[in-house]
Design a protein around this ligand. Sequence first.
Ligand code: NI
Length: 176
Amino acid sequence: MPVLQLRYMGDPILRKKAAKVEPEEIDDKFRQFIADMLETMYTNEGVGLAAPQVGESKRLIVYDNMEAGYRLDPQALINPEIVEREGSCRGEEGCLSIPEIKDMVERAERIVVRGLDRDGNEMEIEAEGMQARVIQHEIDHLEGILFVDRLGGVKKRLAVSRWKKLRKELEARQSA
Ligand code: NI
């Protein structure tokens, strides 16, 4: 399974609203793409990944079911929609599209999400705590929202300027 190229903050695809996946698009090729996304996520030691982060502006997210233990229960959700949210909590987040930047973000404590599984069947899941945080973070990507957008003004500016420096180093390393 190929590991896909990650897109980093600054890439316009990360700011686009992703397109809904039509049921007829969910075929073996699509499932292979899901497998590649999961491979990409695990190779980069991530806990979640949204399709725009690998260059596909589609409403698809993958994540690790942490309750089962890391890498034991990879999940995919197509056209995910949050239908219930409850409570709020702060916790640390990072993003594979903004490597090395981490900060505290406020999210709903518990959510109910509806979407399609990788066979196109409707599913509903309930998540809380860290799992709910990951799913909310990934669904934000489908709206073109990055976690740094949820930081206060000064913190966001600091994170973005730090990232711009890191991005130059990263690009220099990749082309070396
Ligand atoms: Ni992210």
